[in-house]
Design a protein around this ligand. Sequence first.
Ligand SMILES: [Zn+2]
Length: 253
Amino acid sequence: MFIDSHAHLTDTRLLSEIEKVRALYLSNGVTCVLDVGHSIQSSIQAKKNAQTFEEVYYSVGLHPDVAGSVDKTSLDKLIELSSDKKCLAIGEIGLDYHYLDYSKEVQLKAFTSQLELAIKLKKPVIIHSRDACCDTVNILKEYSSELNGFLMHCYSYSKETAKTLLDLGAYFSFGGVVTFKNAKKEDIIKSIPQSRILLETDCPYMAPVPFRGTINKPEYMPYIYNKVASIYGETLSDFCATVKNNFETFFKI
Ligand SMILES: [Zn+2]
């Protein structure tokens, strides 16, 4: 009934006790988890997890914090890793000007070359964008018509930017932050049609209230669903059905 659209089961804090993590999320009604790659190593492990566990899907991609590793060899490796039918997307890819582990120039090149890869592979993309609103929007204006869909993961920009991105075909994903007291996400979420919404944990990061500050896990998905369903004034079961439909539409499964 609950789908976690963005998890990092490959993180050692979760992977080291994966059987226990899995048993808990399954018993909490989480029926599907997308294990998101962010490096070559995590993309390899995410693929393994998807091949091992029926309800797990995966994506492959190089996060802006490894932007310097994007070259012909790593892009070829992503192509190879994406061949399984359980690979739903290219990502997470994008821009992160908060930490600037790599220069903007290097990040822009890494981002656009993976967008081109996704177009070639006919797969949607999962986008990480932090403190890089303008460049992200400008690039998506350029690429959106060719992309097979794009998802703004952990969306953190304004309502106005959301409108611009909606017009380009964006889907939006929200996580534990929606449960934080000062997050003020209600207005932004309400401005997005329910048909464009996905939910995620981004575990092991960003645990929802009342687990804030601890290691996040897919088993906490119901807290995020409950909060967003209440923002829209929907019953939990109707909202679960909507999000499931969105997930299947966006990722074409
Ligand atoms: Zn992530």
